[in-house]
Design a protein around this ligand. Structure first.
Ligand SMILES: [Zn+2]
Length: 324
């Protein structure tokens, strides 16, 4: 069986400038031609983030099978040539220093997707594990800049109220780059039905992740991911569903910044237990999972065209219309 082409809206690599992105070959082997990788979260110092972007850009340029996305044509070229188009996403708006001009700068450095808060609230937005007072005036200015730069406006890790404000406020479709339905697993990082419907109503796409704690399965099984896909397809239609695996390559190398307060960013009362789990020692579905899910979806009677839509063409078309 040939792999279905995959658009992975979010996956992680260890955040240090010298990390060798050659590991991403595995994504190509599993059908992917596009991947968005995280270059920083709200707790990463800005000078680290800049060095990570510099290091990653250098390595992408060196490796023949990776293509840095400067425009949508780079995605199409990667698809044609059997390569992997790579762009960056920013997880949380703190590194933007409340400055819309920083969005312009990050866009020029290869960032194509931003959400405003990482679990905790900040001056722009409410986080999903914090008191959420909604999108602030400063947050609106950042949404304007994300819209004006033709980037994906994302509401992963964002609080309920802020996400609903953003669906209302953004003048472009809004995505959930890696988020699962709450109806199947009651976790604060997951999304209620009205949020999912509001996301789809903007013309956006909800991309499910393969993280065990956000699925109805401690092993993050292929079946549990297909269940999440099927739930969203029933609720929103296949045209609003995508994949944002949230796999973490070489997670043993990812230590986080010095003195990171794990219990603040991943509160135990919200269902995390980072102290005993280690920084990122939970189960992540690997890219090979794309292949396993395909046969399960076929068994459920999914048409080839619907599987393709979920795996890539929904996000592909949205990027084509938004990124320009
Ligand atoms: Zn994330």
């Amino acid at each position: 069986m040939t792999a279905i082409p995959v658009w992975d809206a979010h996956t992680c690599v260890p955040l240090f400038a010298q990390y060798d992105l050659a590991s991403l070959q595995r994504h190509i082997d599993c059908g992917a031609y596009y991947i968005s990788i995280n270059i920083g979260m709200d707790f990463n110092p800005l000078d680290d983030i800049i060095q990570i972007i510099a290091g990653f850009r250098k390595r992408i340029n060196e490796l023949d099978f990776l293509i840095q996305v400067e425009s949508f044509a780079d995605v199409e070229r990667a698809q044609r040539e059997g390569k992997l188009a790579v762009s960056f996403d920013l997880e949380g708006g703190v590194p933007l220093c409340e400055s819309p001009a920083m969005v312009d700068l990050f866009a020029k450095l290869g960032v194509r997707q931003i959400h405003l808060a990482y679990n905790r609230s900040n001056s722009l937005a409410g986080g999903c594990h914090d008191q959420d007072d909604g999108l602030t005036a400063k947050g609106k200015a950042i949404v304007d800049a994300i819209n004006a730069n033709n980037l994906f406006m994302d509401v992963s890790h964002t609080g309920y109220r802020t996400s609903m404000d953003i669906f209302e406020y953004s003048n472009k479709p809004v995505i959930i780059s890696h988020g699962n339905p709450r109806a199947l697993k009651d976790h604060g990082r997951n999304y209620r039905d009205d949020q999912l419907k509001a996301c789809a109503a903007t013309g956006g796409v909800v991309c499910i992740n393969g993280v065990s704690r956000f699925l109805n399965c401690a092993e993050a099984s292929p079946q549990s991911m297909v269940e999440a896909i099927d739930y969203l397809v029933q609720l929103l239609g296949p045209e609003h569903v995508g994949l944002g695996l949230d796999y973490v390559y070489d997670s043993h190398l990812d230590k986080g910044p010095d003195n990171l307060d794990l219990a603040h960013w991943w509160p135990p009362e919200a269902g995390y237990n980072k102290a005993s789990e280690g920084f990122l020692n939970i189960l992540y579905a690997p890219p090979e999972r794309f292949l396993e899910m395909t046969s399960l979806l076929q068994q459920r009677g999914y048409k080839h065209s619907d599987i393709e839509a979920i795996y890539s063409t929904n996000m592909h078309s949205l990027a084509k219309s938004i990124w320009r």
